[in-house]
Design a binder for this molecule. Sequence first.
Ligand code: KG4
Ligand code: ZN
Length: 335
Amino acid sequence: MSIILAIESSCDDTSAAVLQNDRILSNIVASQKVHEQYGGVVPELASRAHQQNIIPVVDAAIKTAGISKKDLDAIAFTRGPGLLGSLLVGVSFAKSFSQALGIPIIDVNHLHAHVLSHFIKENDESVVPKFPFICLLVSGGHTQIILLRDYFDMEILGSTIDDAAGEAVDKAAKIMNLGYPGGPHIDRLAKDGNPQAFKFATPQIKDYDYSFSGIKTSFLYFLRDNLAENPNFIEENKNDLCASIQHCIVSFLLKKLHKAMKDTGVKQVAIAGGVSANSYLRSQLEEMGRKNRWDVFIPKFQFCTDNAAMVGIAAYFKYLNKDFSDISLPPYTRM
Ligand code: KG4
Ligand code: ZN
């Protein structure tokens, strides 16, 4: 039996969670509102906010779990990829807390954590994927199709060659002045729009790879041309624009995922990362899964965007292998 405290501080959310084996006891997330006024994450402000949040967030995670810090067996933290200043707060906190308690630390790759979030159990009924399965990882910084043969045996079948899907969504939202992060705004407004109203071309790109920068540019030019004729074009077509660009991005994501599933013959599919909170992606994948008789795994909303529970589950599998980290280990911005 193990009780692990996990810390996530790679970008702009400060989070702490407690897991008993693979079972979640608490998962606290403090989102940083300070970045909204700048239309994107300001790294220096993120580090400062992490410093303010980390102790109250860890304290809340321990209290909510109903344990005492003396019960902890290990402390896990996100080593990277992420913003250096943000990572440093979590890494330094985890190291010093572990020294004070005399327990080991476990470093976790943020992307592994997103993918392994599917193994978090909330109760005895929780159903988790079996190996092998394919996971589409769609976050603000990454877009990858990954084949998992075991917890840490992952093969990247395809990736984006430029922007991530989340970046494309956020940039489209920014062009329309919808606020940051743009994903949730597009998702909400698209619900009352027609996904076929406007067509945007997707690039021809090899195998299971993606490219999103061209989609963003064609969206920008399309709006510029239409705004020249009608200055109210965005306002009058907001819902249709959101639904159409969302349809373009989601269809492209699923087209490559479908190809990977067919070519490998794998029958279980999952999505992970912030963009997996998108309701259109979730419903389209469910439908594709039904048609193809795949088992589909869609994370609960609280496990899509950045959270420490996913760091805790990845750490649990390392804990079972006694795969602990050295205290001198530095954070990595790229992994
Ligand atoms: O995984 P995540 O929280 O952070 C990174 O590791 O990057 O992903 C953040 C991304 C942002 O681009 C955000 O706009 C997007 O996830 N996102 C969404 C939705 N919720 C968050 N995109 C589309 N629809 C959503 N509902
Ligand atoms: Zn993330």
